[in-house]
Design a protein around this ligand. Structure first.
Ligand code: C5P
Length: 313
């Protein structure tokens, strides 16, 4: 079987409509281990995917169209510079302009330029949705190769949108190794509205030759969660010091999460979204309510990640 089909997207064959979740990508750890000659950084990352994110709805239509709705739709380009349309157009270029016209609706629930996947996850979900709708029959690897031309983290976001299971990503992010021993996690995402451009954060790095991720052993202690948290305390997000030089107030979000019973707190990707890991989803929800009451304008979203053995989506 085609593994890309296993994630069971909502396909309505009768009206030719597909909906895909573009999940929030959480970098549980991100080590910067080097730099390629072309300027791209070599990374070693532990990544999980949340059960919340943007939604991409696509249906066959008389003419191509694109619209965006949702709390973070403001300021997102509607032209061919948008990664969703780039994903559509790359498939058209590869497989012929005769493919039927599609109406694409992006429901933008994740803040932009915030370190949790966003545009890359949207493009990944679009590739998967169009592969289904246009019956292209492309394998995961074929979609990942096409996706990589749109962005370094497209392949891992594709894995997230297709399978939702955690992974290690190396290279510039394209070398994906599924992780087989990760528990499901309860987490809280917090962003105060700060947008950080990824290239700016990489530019602000003072060191680019840090050590790789330490060897994993999530099952070494009684509790898989305790074991994971103790492992994460031996890791870093090497982009954090750079992000802090651009947005020093990120430190306060991490303190806030820790002060509300997060067992571990870190920024995701290049920030500025912070995440906390909690003992259970109820504790994460209580922390969300408490932080929200003091900061009603912030993006504060509890979520669960899939374990290595995914629950049916
Ligand atoms: O590949 P993508 O366009 O998503 O990357 C955005 C920017 O992030 C790159 O132009 C680069 O500055 C930085 N980046 C990097 N190393 C990576 C991924 C991204 O330097 N592995």
């Amino acid at each position: 079987t085609n593994p890309v089909m296993d994630a069971d997207p909502a396909i309505d064959v009768a009206v030719h409509r597909v909906t895909r979740l573009a999940p929030a990508k959480i970098n549980l750890a991100l080590h910067v281990t080097g730099r390629r000659d072309d300027g791209y950084h070599l990374l070693d990352m532990l990544v999980a995917f949340a059960d919340i994110g943007d939604h991409v709805h696509i249906e066959k239509s008389g003419a191509d169209s694109f619209r965006i709705s949702g709390p973070f739709s403001d300021g997102i380009p509607l032209d061919s510079g948008n990664l969703v349309l780039k994903a559509r157009d790359i498939l058209r270029r590869e497989f012929g302009s005769a493919l039927p016209a599609v109406a694409i609706h992006l429901e933008k629930n994740l803040p932009i330029a915030s370190g949790i996947g966003g545009g890359s996850s949207d493009a990944a979900a679009t590739l998967l949705a169009l592969n289904d709708l246009w019956k292209l029959g492309l394998s995961f690897d074929e979609l990942a190769t096409l996706g990589l031309t749109l962005g370094a983290d497209l392949p891992m976001c594709l894995h997230g949108a297709a399978f939702r299971t955690p992974l290690i990503a190396r290279g510039i992010g394209e070398d994906i190794i599924p992780v087989d021993d990760m528990p499901a996690l309860a987490l809280l995402l917090v962003n105060d509205g700060t947008a950080l451009a990824t290239p700016d954060v990489f530019c602000a790095l003072s060191r680019r030759d840090n050590g790789a991720l330490p060897q994993r052993a999530f099952r070494s202690l009684e509790s898989p969660l305790e074991s994971l948290c103790s492992y994460l305390r031996s890791t870093r997000n090497d982009l954090l010091p750079a992000a802090l030089t651009l947005a020093p107030h990120i430190a306060k979000k991490l303190d806030l999460l820790r002060g509300h019973q997060a067992l571990y707190a870190q920024i995701s990707g290049s920030g500025a979204t912070c995440f906390g890991l909690f003992a259970d989803i109820e504790t994460a929800q209580r922390a969300a309510a408490a932080i929200r009451s003091d900061h009603p304008g912030w993006f504060i979203v509890p979520a669960r990640t899939a374990s290595s053995s995914p629950i049916p989506i």
